[in-house]
Design a protein around this ligand. Structure first.
Ligand code: DQA
Length: 144
């Protein structure tokens, strides 16, 4: 059975609370439920992990290497725009497909969100598709 790890970075546990006009009113648990339901229909194993801490995210990426995951879906939150450490961790696991997801369309928002330092270390990026972006990312990994 294929194994996919879904990583959500800082403030994504605050979905449904934070800037609802941008991220919608569905909460993090709803997102996890949606991903888990989708995984069932695809007959794959999925683990959803969220952390507000850069180091914890890096530890999780490194763990994925040892656990032989088939792919990573990652929304690094604001770390996207400045964390060379998360980027390096993603680049370290070159053989594993990694899809970067952003719920919002970062390109139509503030200037600082237009740059992703993590994207060059990923296989592809999906932006502005809401929660569905995570499911699209899973499909991308499964079609590899
Ligand atoms: C985000 C966009 C980032 O700019 C922001 O810092 C987030 C969420 C998104 O999913 O649209 O926390 O990654």
């Amino acid at each position: 059975m294929k194994k996919i790890l879904v990583i959500n970075g800082p403030n994504l546990n605050f979905l449904g609370i934070r800037e609802k006009n941008i991220y919608g009113d569905r909460d993090y648990n709803y997102l996890v439920g949606m991903i888990e339901e989708y995984a069932k229909t695809k007959e794959i194993e999925v683990e959803c992990f969220q952390s507000n801490h850069e180091g914890a995210i890096i530890d999780k990426i490194q763990e994925a290497y040892y656990n032989d995951v088939d792919g990573i879906v990652i929304n690094p939150g604001a770390f996207t725009h400045y964390s060379y450490a998360v980027r390096d961790a993603l680049a370290s696991i070159a053989a594993i497909p990694k899809i970067e997801v952003h719920i919002s369309n970062v390109h139509t928002r503030e200037e600082f969100r237009h740059t992703s330092v993590t994207e060059p270390a990923c296989t592809a990026q999906i932006i502005g598709k809401g929660f569905d972006g995570y499911l699209m990312a899973i499909d991308m990994i499964l079609s590899e």
